[in-house]
Design a protein around this ligand. Structure first.
Ligand SMILES: Cc1cc2nc3c(=O)[nH]c(=O)nc-3n(C[C@H](O)[C@H](O)[C@H](O)COP(=O)(O)OP(=O)(O)OC[C@H]3O[C@@H](n4cnc5c(N)ncnc54)[C@H](O)[C@@H]3O)c2cc1C
Ligand SMILES: *[C@@H]1O[C@H](CO)[C@@H](O)[C@H](O)[C@H]1NC(C)=O
Ligand SMILES: *[C@@H]1O[C@H](CO)[C@@H](O)[C@H](O)[C@H]1NC(C)=O
Length: 394
């Protein structure tokens, strides 16, 4: 597909050209916009992304996608296949992704789902009394690098990216005015459809004030530990049955390692809490003592998916006896940054549907938001569904 110029956009003779505006430039907006450009069949699409925060901006609490881990637990097969292919040697996206062996620990025997015959994801607590574990091959995403890759892929395919904030989605006239102001050459472009990928932003956007959307706060620590080439996770039912103690070690292609984490509903505190940072470090070092034992870099080999029941831990200082400041001193040489982000959670799960708005004209809005803690691992699957919804109504 060739890059659309202002002429192409306003060319009245290309009757089949549709102008689609995607609100949001997080992983969901970018992936959806790419899917529309790359999969279009019956129509020729001009796609504009309009968002207040873009992938190259400094990390910010209002842009969730910068903060994700992100390891892929194959929740969505389509996304897994796409990312697995992208992680192959020689691929354009190779630098964003790393194939790893992932080990998950469980407190009890893994229960098997009666219907599917597959092991159910089961949450429990700490290595001391581990009864079972499972290891498998998966991949991790260096999220800031991957977002820049998606942005570039979209622009290379002729997509237009504009920075702007939309206050009322129902006000098409205002949206048209804003687009014109940002890109005067495309003045008489009609908007044929909107795609809403505003994440948590959708909570306050007028016209789509969705009460079901709420923040699920996460906090992480980024460490420099290139010798860690495996992922490790342990989860537990927290008090009151909440999955609030979930410890993970996620290595990235760059040699950085993300450790976490927490999940706190309806907490929007915008900066890392020092006491949470300490707690995360204690849990992470307990789960992965190798963090403190630099080893010469080995190539990232992936294992064969065998069950592993024990943690092979080198001896480390007794963490429980270390004061907070001693712990921080110990980890100091590895510290890159502490961070936090707000997962766009939604009662009822992801919203993927079509709504019609009546303004200067009647046009469809396709909603694709509310991905909570799995926006990366469901990105390509969600994008394909959004694109199908679009093709169905245009
Ligand atoms: C600590 C942490 C760990 C995580 N780990 C994982 C993981 O391992 N795997 C995984 O899959 N996911 C993970 N996630 C979740 C993942 O980050 C999110 O699901 C995903 O980033 C949501 O993307 P999004 O595009 O919907 O939202 P965002 O990235 O927040 O993007 C929203 C976009 O909409 C724009 N916008 C909003 N409102 C407006 C408006 N009114 N006008 C104009 N623009 C607007 C914003 O500027 C932005 O561009 C994690 C999240 C956190 C915080
Ligand atoms: C987009 O979705 C958000 C929910 O996150 C909602 O608040 C907002 O009103 C929606 N915008 C439009 C234009 O539908
Ligand atoms: C968080 O807010 C949502 C939406 O308002 C609500 O449904 C949910 O019960 C709240 N959760 C907690 C733990 O307060």
């Amino acid at each position: 597909m060739t890059a659309p110029t202002a002429d192409a956009i306003s060319d009245k003779s290309s009757l089949n050209t549709k102008h689609v505006v995607v609100l949001g430039a997080g992983v969901i907006g970018l992936t959806t916009a790419i899917s529309i450009l790359e999969s279009s069949s019956k129509s020729n699409y001009v796609v504009t992304i309009l968002a207040s925060h873009l992938p190259n901006d400094p990390k910010s609490i209002v842009y969730t996608s910068h903060w994700a881990g992100a390891h892929h637990l194959a929740i969505d097969q389509e996304t897994f296949r796409t990312l697995w292919d992208l992680s192959a040697q020689g691929s354009d996206a190779e630098k964003c992704l790393m194939r790893i062996e992932q080990v998950e620990y469980y407190h009890e025997e893994i229960p098997v789902d009666k219907d599917s015959g597959q092991a159910r994801h089961h949450l429990s607590w700490y290595p001391d009394d581990i009864r079972s574990g499972v290891s498998f091959n998966t991949l991790t995403i260096d999220t800031p690098v991957y977002l820049r890759y998606l942005h570039q892929r979209f622009v290379d395919k002729g997509g237009i990216v504009l920075r702007g904030r939309v206050d009322d989605i129902r006000d098409l006239k205002e949206l048209q005015r804003l687009l014109h102001e940002l890109q005067p050459t495309a003045s008489d472009v009609q908007i044929d459809a909107l795609i809403n990928c505003t994440g948590l932003g959708s909570r306050t956007l007028l016209g789509v004030e969705d009460d079901a959307v709420y923040p699920l706060r996460g906090q992480t620590v980024l460490l420099r530990a290139p010798w860690i080439k495996f992922g490790r996770t342990i989860s537990s039912k927290g008090k009151e049955g909440k999955d609030d103690l979930w410890t993970y070690i996620i290595p990235r292609r760059s040699g950085d390692v993300i450790v976490g984490g927490i999940k706190t509903p309806n907490d929007s505190f915008p900066t890392p809490r020092p006491e949470t940072t300490i707690d995360i470090l204690r849990r992470s070092l307990r789960l992965c003592p190798e963090l403190l034992h630099p080893q010469p870099e080995k190539s990232a080999e992936i294992g064969s998916g065998t069950t592993q029941l024990s943690i092979d831990s080198p001896s480390i200082p007794n963490l429980d006896q270390l004061s907070d400041s001693e712990l921080l001193n110990l980890i100091e040489p590895l510290m890159v940054e502490a961070g936090c982000g707000l997962r766009p959670a939604r009662n009822g799960g992801v919203r993927l549907d079509v709504e019609w708005i009546e303004s200067t004209r009647r046009i469809p809005i396709i909603h694709n938001y509310g991905h909570s803690g799995s926006g990366f691992q469901s990105s390509w699957g969600s994008a394909t569904r959004a694109w199908r919804l679009l093709e169905g109504v245009l």
